[in-house]
Design a protein around this ligand. Structure first.
Ligand code: MN
Length: 425
């Protein structure tokens, strides 16, 4: 089935400003509620509007598709996603058709428009997916190198397995929350002086991690594997992801099993899931992988994606400062390899699993994806626009990640994910 919704010539009869993340070529999915409905519904962003898919369905605009009303009046996107890739592709194509210039099916019926279209500012967005399992990879070479330098030594920065395995760990899904959910500084055990016993208290080295995550469709049976060439069929879409990290807790606890309480107190996602279909035009090549990877990790075609990313910090009652500009294309391991590796042992994935990229750091110092790297563990503080300095994140700071892909005048964006840090409880 062709992805007709990606046609760069399309324009919508809904006005979309040039810098909008949500032109008709995007049509990302999310879960919203507003004054007109107490129940959560599936929405699609177009310009500064939200399209109510439940109303669209009820008013008869989604006939000949396999969905039911219950798929759209839903707490999460999962039941819609459960119909699989061809169904959600057909749905996005149909929405594109309805809202394209020249199509009058809906445009001319004012009473329907009032029930279907809402201003985004009037809508509350919710966690889009009931996340079953959450996995965090570690797939940016520059990030792994930087952390290796900081936690170990520059000569052996990359561990021997790193260029052979898309390294990852199983995280926790219960604390993944929607953008705008402010949270308290975590507390835990740290060891400020290695000669002394550990102490307990609020984390002193709170950090963000600039990441993206992808959300899966239902996978295969336990025992079966997904190949790199099949992986695209199992990926619904992507969002921005901030994997908050308590560096002082992490340093003390991570040996020998990896991150635990330093990572699971909160992670934030952006509300709109941009489909992998919508990102196809922005595919690009990845780095040459040397040494050669094992056959099950080989892939063909362009499997990386060119997505501009930035992070800002806004101190309380102040203005924001951009602290990092990176790009998703800097990944060493792509999603296809990550998914192939994740399932090569027969591990099954489920509809609504979330897999994060790991911190995305570019080669340039200004492209590092965490404060740990940007300030080189606090030795090079960042100057903020208001004159203050940051080594790590302070109480009252709001951290925002934004991202978009752009090519040939078409911009497909993710909006943003933000959160403010409150003092420890
Ligand atoms: Mn991470």
């Amino acid at each position: 089935m062709t992805i007709s919704a990606n046609n760069p010539q399309l324009k919508s009869w809904i006005e979309v400003s040039e810098n909008s993340d949500f032109p008709i070529q995007n049509l990302p999915f999310g879960i919203f509620s507003n004054y007109s409905t107490s129940n959560k519904r599936v929405g699609v962003a177009l310009g500064n509007k939200v399209i109510d898919l439940y109303q669209l369905f009820e008013l008869g605009y989604l006939k000949d598709l396999p969905f039911t009303g219950g798929d759209f009046e839903a707490e999460f996107l999962n039941s819609m996603m459960a119909h699989g890739k061809l169904a959600t592709r057909a749905l996005r194509n149909r929405i594109s058709e309805l809202f394209s210039e020249g199509n009058n099916e809906l445009k001319s019926i004012q009473t329907h428009l009032e029930q279907i279209l809402f201003d985004q500012v009037d809508c509350e967005m919710h966690l889009p997916v009931r996340i079953g399992d959450y996995t965090d990879f570690y797939s940016s070479e520059q990030h792994a190198y930087n952390v290796g330098c900081l936690f170990r030594d520059p000569k052996n920065a990359l561990l021997p397995n790193w260029k052979h395995i898309p390294v990852g760990y199983h995280g926790r899904s219960s604390s993944i929350v929607i953008s705008g959910t402010n949270f308290h500084r975590p507390k835990g055990q740290t060891i400020p002086d290695p000669e002394q016993p550990p102490v307990f208290g609020p984390c002193k080295l709170l950090d963000f991690e600039l990441e993206m995550s992808f959300i899966t469709y239902e996978g295969k049976e336990l025992g079966d594997s997904i190949t790199t060439s099949e992986a695209d069929d199992y990926i619904f879409g992507m969002c921005l992801f901030n994997d908050w990290s308590a560096r002082d807790i992490q340093k003390w606890e991570y040996v020998p099993l990896g991150p635990f309480l330093a990572k699971n107190f909160a992670s934030h996602v952006s509300p709109w899931i941009v489909t992998l279909d919508a990102l196809e035009p922005f595919r690009t090549s990845g780095p040459v992988q040397e040494p050669k990877v094992l056959p099950y990790l080989e892939y063909s075609g362009n499997k990386h994606i060119d997505i501009n990313l930035e992070v800002s910090i806004c101190p309380e009652n102040s203005s924001e400062t951009i602290v990092s500009k990176s790009n998703y294309k800097h990944m060493y391991w792509n999603m296809n390899q990550q998914l192939a590796h994740h399932t090569v042992n027969g591990c099954n994935i489920k509809c609504g699993d979330m897999m994060a990229s790991g911190t995305i750091s570019g080669n340039d110092e200004s492209a590092y994806g965490s404060m740990l790297e940007l300030t080189w563990r606090g030795t090079k503080p960042i100057k903020m626009n208001d004159g203050s300095e940051r080594k790590f994140i302070q109480d009252g700071d709001t951290v925002t990640i934004r991202g978009y892909a752009k090519k040939d005048g078409i911009r497909v964006g993710f909006g943003e994910v933000n959160a403010k840090i409150l003092p420890a409880k």
